[in-house]
Design a binder for this molecule. Structure first.
Ligand SMILES: *[C@@H]1O[C@H](CO)[C@@H](O)[C@H](O)[C@H]1NC(C)=O
Ligand SMILES: *[C@@H]1O[C@H](CO)[C@@H](O)[C@H](O)[C@H]1NC(C)=O
Ligand SMILES: *[C@@H]1O[C@H](CO)[C@@H](O)[C@H](O)[C@H]1NC(C)=O
Ligand SMILES: *[C@@H]1O[C@H](CO)[C@@H](O)[C@H](O)[C@H]1NC(C)=O
Ligand SMILES: *[C@@H]1O[C@H](CO)[C@@H](O)[C@H](O)[C@H]1NC(C)=O
Ligand SMILES: *[C@@H]1O[C@H](CO)[C@@H](O)[C@H](O)[C@H]1NC(C)=O
Length: 775
């Protein structure tokens, strides 16, 4: 998805306007969390319990009924209600209440070639690349729940042609609404629901001129992510202008989709540019998804800014219940990189996905008037007329008076002088504002084409846009060279050549600059992100009621679109989990996460180490365990298991919160670095500590594993025992990792250093990154 500057939180809506009968100016949506349902109560009894709890802080039956938005009934025991701060405080003091928190709006931050590229990354050739998918029957028995902006059901990617009957355990529904009825569901799209109550309590009634009050996707994001996970094989799919043409297919093309629409447009001048997804709506969706019988949840949504603690985070709380029910939850890590400590979705019971590039580019050469050519990239469907040179101008030299100097090269709306840009190619810089909107501004002012220059942090990484006029985009070095050229001559000129898609670009993958980075701000003893997958310029299905740029003034409609973001990488991992679930139906969600993480690679397709966009070597704070390798993940050899109880203990230790009423926190719970996680992270290491881990054999009956270690600089690592002998499948073995600050080498205080350890039996390499910061 487009990267956006973070918007200031909108002031809370005055609810007296919405609910004139009950004027409570300060009421907001709160979530009151009570833990887990015991399973013996009926829906009516549950609602009755929630109602009476709420009634104890309200004045009347009528007010209680009106303020209760959701009563979560399947797994999550809790409710969402309109409360004043005092009412919320009163509820939070009650014995049975585990946590009370405001329902915040989260953002959705955060194919053709990407699956072939992943196969390539694994070192697989030809038909080997399809081995896993065919072995996993393309995921046909697995149901994937998508929390997103809905779906465009008519897309060919969601055809159910030739698909077998819906799995028998499925209990979901096809909820009807605007432009969506039960006939839109089929054997591919087996469920669809929408959740808008918390959104409306905040933003007022949904404006149906730009949103469907139904599971139908007006935005495109939900359609894109759903088709990346489970879209059918569609031949000759391409973006506008024929770019990225090829066979589009999701990672698990026969998996079933259940769509839970929780993201809605933020009202304003450009409502569909950015979505918001409220905690209370998402919890309702996750609770339904658990009850409906999904196996995998794919959530390309995350908090922006300070990450909430697990007990006050709708996604984390829902994911905990999902994990208890064996559901794998895969989430996007966010698009706030490369700044450190920006990653979101930080709970250890989910998989957090970073974004990297694939091996495809969209070349369009630029010829400068002095005879130099340079490489640009674009997927704009428009071309300049003829081959002649056009006058070239830097946007900063063509602004209308009054444009603040700090944004003068940025081509923000209504900043360009028509007199100075008419008929010219305009060089605009990235930094603030939407990329595609800069093209729109050049067009508005009468420019002939746009050259979009990266800002230095973006380096060589180019997210391509389907601009509304001819154009291309260049690296930050090339942007500076063009600026120099403009400065060097009185009549600068240029032209932009025809663009084409090129494959096998090297190096790939490269970590994208936008991908959010570790360390984990809620608990630095859990490494996040966990893994990286393709998230730059990914082609997938799109909503036909949206435009490729999503700008209000762009009226084009497309069936497939190229997007970038961790929103795009997350569904690649969701699909990988889907194939693993299909092959290993009885594996726990922890085992599937472990398999994905311990088999990842830190090398690129050239055999070198994966680098960051700026060119330096990347590490675990950028990509966690490395780049996903689905075929390897299907046979990991060993896995790190973790149970619901382990997660509860972790929460006791990490945030000091009891997450389940039947599980009081012990006096001294184990340190959080001792959660049996497939990576090791220790912050503030002082002297030495022992980290404990247990692995479970899921490979051959008899196996001998020997460990090898790459020590982080300045930290010694001793693992004992250093050989593990297994006699049968399912057997567990424990070991200790002693980490000690090595005074002689002296890692800098607070600095993160990285290493790894790998258990190997000659066939399987079970690798875990080690990240340490020294006190
Ligand atoms: C559902 O909508 C489609 C068109 O969108 C229409 O053709 C069909 O008759 C509707 N079906 C029902 C059951 O209302
Ligand atoms: C709904 O959105 C349209 C288009 O942005 C706008 O013209 C209209 O005033 C909005 N309606 C309400 C009730 O806000
Ligand atoms: C530009 O400067 C103004 C005030 O001088 C400030 O409010 C704004 O945030 C700045 N914009 C950027 C993109 O730095
Ligand atoms: C171009 O010239 C302007 C002043 O004329 C100067 O401020 C700017 O740094 C120059 N840009 C480059 C890239 O040389
Ligand atoms: C044209 O300008 C660019 C940017 O200033 C410069 O790098 C290049 O050497 C110039 N080419 C020629 C042929 O002078
Ligand atoms: C490390 O531990 C020693 C002994 O327990 C203590 O004196 C020292 O203050 C600790 N250093 C840091 C930076 O925590």
């Amino acid at each position: 998805m487009l990267r956006l500057p973070s918007l200031p939180l909108l002031p809370l809506l005055i609810l007296s306007f919405l609910f004139p009968v009950l004027s409570y100016n300060q009421r907001q949506v709160y979530i009151v969390y009570l833990g887990e349902h015991s399973g013996t109560k009926t829906t009516q009894e549950i609602q009755g319990d929630h109602h009476s709890l709420l009634l104890s802080v309200k004045n009347s039956e009528a007010e209680t009924r009106e303020s209760l938005l959701y009563s979560y009934k399947n797994s999550i025991n809790g409710f969402a209600a309109l409360l004043s701060d005092e009412e919320a405080t009163k509820l939070s003091e009650m014995d049975e209440v585990l946590s009370t928190f405001r329902s915040e709006g989260r953002r959705s931050p955060h194919t053709t070639r990407s699956w072939e590229f992943i196969g390539y990354e694994e070192g697989l050739k030809g038909s080997e690349r399809d081995w896993l998918r065919s072995k996993a029957e393309y995921g046909k028995k697995v149901i994937v729940g998508m929390l997103d902006s809905g779906i465009w059901p008519e897309s060919e990617s969601f055809s159910d042609e030739g698909m077998g009957p819906i799995p028998k355990h499925w209990k979901g529904i096809c909820e009807e609404g605007d432009a969506f009825n039960s006939s839109h569901c089929n054997k591919k799209l087996i469920g669809a629901r929408y959740y808008v109550k918390a959104y409306e309590a905040y933003h007022g009634p949904l404006n149906t001129t730009y949103a469907f009050r139904s599971p139908r996707d007006n935005d495109g994001h939900g359609t894109h992510t759903a088709s990346t996970v489970a879209g059918r094989v569609v031949r000759r799919a391409s973006a506008l202008g024929g770019f990225a043409c090829g066979t589009a297919s999701g990672g698990a093309p026969l998996a079933r989709l259940a769509v839970y629409k929780v993201c809605w447009p933020i009202p304003g001048p450009n409502p569909n540019i950015e979505n918001t997804c409220f905690d209370a709506d998402m919890l309702a969706a996750i609770d339904d998804a658990i009850g409906d019988g999904v196996h995998i949840l794919s959530i390309s949504i995350g908090a922006v800014g300070t990450p909430p603690v697990y007990s006050e985070d709708g996604i984390a709380l829902g994911a905990l219940h999902a994990a208890k029910h064996g559901i794998v939850v895969s989430c996007s890590g966010g698009n706030s990189g490369p700044t450190p400590a920006t990653v979101s979705n930080l709970a250890p019971w989910m998989i957090t996905v970073a974004a990297s590039s694939i091996d495809r580019a969209f070349d369009s050469p630029i010829l400068l008037g002095n005879g130099t050519t340079m490489k640009g990239q674009t997927v704009t469907p428009y071309k300049l007329k003829g081959n002649e040179l056009y006058p070239l101008v830097y946007a900063g030299d063509a602004v209308v008076p009054g444009t603040p100097s700090n944004v003068s090269g940025q081509c923000l709306p209504n900043t360009l002088s028509a007199k100075k840009v008419r008929g010219k190619i305009v060089l605009c810089l990235r930094g603030s504002g939407l990329r595609a909107a800069k093209g729109l501004e050049v067009k508005r002012a009468g420019g002939a084409a746009i050259i979009l220059g990266n800002a230095p942090p973006n380096g060589k990484e180019i997210p391509v846009d389907s601009h509304v006029l001819p154009g291309t985009a260049v690296s930050s070095d090339d942007a500076i060279a063009i600026l120099k050229y403009i400065n060097s001559t009185r009549r600068p000129s240029a032209t932009i050549g025809r663009a084409r898609t090129i494959l096998d670009v090297r190096p790939a993958p490269v970590m994208t600059a936008f991908s959010s980075r570790g360390p984990n701000r809620v608990d630095p003893n859990i490494l996040k992100p966990d893994i990286t997958a393709p998230g730059l310029n990914i082609l997938a299905a799109w909503s036909e009621s949206s435009s490729p740029t999503k700008l209000e003034d762009d009226h084009r409609s497309v069936k497939y679109n190229l997007l970038s973001g961790t929103s795009m990488s997350c569904p690649h991992v969701s699909a990988t989990a889907t194939l693993l679930k299909s092959m290993h139906p009885y594996w726990s969600s922890a085992a599937i996460r472990s398999a994905i993480m311990t088999t990842a690679t830190v090398r690129n397709a050239k055999g070198g180490l994966i680098a960051n966009a700026a060119g330096e070597e990347a590490g675990p704070l950028d990509y966690g365990s490395g780049h996903v390798r689905p075929t390897h993940a299907s046979d990991p050899g060993l896995v790190y298991e973790a149970s619901y109880r382990d997660y509860l203990l972790f929460a006791c230790s990490s945030i000091g919160v009891q997450m389940d009423p039947t599980f009081p926190c012990p006096k001294s719970p184990p340190s959080t670095f001792n959660l049996n996680y497939p990576s090791v992270s220790v912050s503030n290491l002082n002297g030495s500590i022992d980290v404990h881990r247990t692995v479970t054999n899921v490979g051959q009956q008899k196996a001998w594993y020997r460990v090898s270690v790459v020590e982080p600089s300045g930290v010694s690592v001793k693992i004992s025992p250093n050989i593990l002998k297994f006699e049968r499948v399912g057997e567990e073995k424990s070991f200790t990792i002693k980490l000690q600050v090595d005074g002689r080498k002296g890692a800098g205080s607070g600095e993160y250093v990285a290493g790894s350890y790998t258990w190997s039996d000659g066939t399987h390499d079970v690798r875990s990154p080690i990240v340490v910061s020294v006190a």
